[in-house]
Design a protein around this ligand. Structure first.
Ligand SMILES: Nc1ncnc2c1ncn2[C@@H]1O[C@H](COP(=O)(O)OP(=O)(O)OP(=O)(O)O)[C@@H](O)[C@H]1O
Length: 265
C-alpha cells in the first residue's frame, strides 16, 4: 500500500538505504549557538529517537531538516536530494514527501478521521478535487487502509474532536502515511498523552517503521519508551550529539551524558 515511486531526486550518489543524512548542521540565533556540528544518517525503516533535555535543540533540529528554520551551517540530504539548495517550490515538494506528527495532533477538529487522513493526499490531488473535497475512490481506499494500519478503521467516520488524544494522534499518523512519504518526523508525539495511549502510539510508530519500511525520526522525553521501542537513540546535549547507538546498548552513563546540566556556550 505504501510502496510508491517518488520523483527522481538524484543530486547525490547515496547509499539507497540512507533516507536522511545530516552533516555538520549548525544553527545560531544571534550569537547563541543552538545546534553544533550535528551529523547522522537515518536508514530506511529505522526507528530513531532523539532524546535530550528541554532546550537541547531537538525541535530546532527537526525544523532545520525541512528548512522551516534555515540552517546556519552544514548540509541536509533527503533521499539524495540536497535540501540546502531547494527553491520555494522544491521545498514545498520536499515537505509534502515527509510526514509530520506533532504533539498537538494538528487535525481539523470538525472533520471525520477519514477526511483528516485524506488531507494527507492534498499535495497529490488535482486542485478541483481539493476544492470540492471530492477525493478519488483510490484515495479513499488508501486513507481507509492507513486508518486500518494504525488500528483506527472503526473510527473512520467519527469526528476527531470526539476522539481521545491517543486516538487523534493515531489519526495524525494515518494522515502522514496517506502522504506515502518514506519518512515521518514526529516531534514529541506522546507528550500530551496518558501512559497507555502513549505506549500505543509508540507501538504504532514502531510498526510503521518495521512493517512498512518507513523511516521514523522522533523526539521524546520518555526515556523508558525510547529505550524499549526505538532501534536507535540519538542523544543531544546543548545542541551537540553526545550519544548515537542502538537503543539496546544505551547505558546509564550514556543517559547521564545526555541529561547532564547544560554547559555554557
Ligand atoms: N526562534 C528562536 N529564536 C531564538 N532562540 C530560539 C528560537 N527557537 C528556539 N530557540 C532556542 O533554541 C534552544 C533550543 O530550543 P528547541 O525548542 O529546539 O529545544 P528542544 O530540545 O526541542 O526543547 P523541548 O524539549 O523543551 O521542546 C532553546 O534555548 C530556545 O530558546
Amino acid at each position: 500500500m505504501f510502496d510508491h515511486a517518488l520523483a527522481p531526486s538524484a543530486s547525490l550518489a547515496v547509499d539507497r538505504d540512507i533516507v536522511l543524512s545530516l552533516r555538520d548542521v549548525g544553527k545560531s540565533y544571534g550569537g547563541t549557538q543552538i545546534l553544533r556540528q550535528v551529523s547522522f544518517d537515518v536508514g530506511k525503516g529505522e526507528f530513531a529517537v532523539v532524546l535530550g533535555p528541554s532546550g537541547s535543540g531537538k525541535s530546532t533540529l527537526f525544523r532545520c531538516i525541512t528548512r522551516l528554520t534555515e540552517l546556519s551551517a552544514g548540509t541536509v540530504h533527503y533521499e539524495g536530494l540536497c535540501v540546502n539548495t531547494l527553491d520555494r517550490r522544491g521545498l514545498a515538494q520536499l515537505r509534502s514527501r515527509i510526514g509530520f506528527v506533532f504533539q498537538q495532533f494538528n487535525l481539523i477538529k470538525r472533520l471525520s478521521a477519514l477526511d483528516n487522513v485524506l488531507t494527507g493526499r492534498l499535495a497529490s490531488a488535482p486542485l478541483w478535487r481539493v476544492t470540492c473535497r471530492s477525493f478519488s475512490k483510490a484515495d479513499r481506499q488508501l486513507a481507509l487502509g492507513c486508518l486500518d494500519a494504525v488500528g483506527m478503521l472503526d473510527f473512520a467516520y467519527r469526528r476527531v474532536d470526539g476522539l481521545s488524544g491517543g486516538q487523534q494522534q493515531r489519526v495524525a499518523i494515518a494522515r502522514a502515511l496517506a502522504q506515502q512519504s518514506h519518512a515521518i518526523i514526529a516531534d514529541e508525539p506522546i507528550a500530551s498523552l496518558d501512559p497507555e495511549s502513549a505506549l500505543l502510539v509508540m507501538q504504532v510508530l514502531g510498526r510503521v517503521a518495521r512493517d512498512y519500511g518507513i523511516t521514523v525520526l522522533c523526539s521524546l522525553h520518555h526515556v523508558d519508551h525510547a529505550l524499549k521501542m526505538a532501534d536507535r537513540i540519538i542523544g543531544m546535549q546543548a545542541g551537540r550529539i553526545v550519544v548515537d547507538k542502538p537503543a539496546r546498548d544505551v547505558s546509564p552513563e550514556d543517559l547521564r551524558s545526555i541529561y547532564a546540566s547544560a554547559k555554557p556556550n
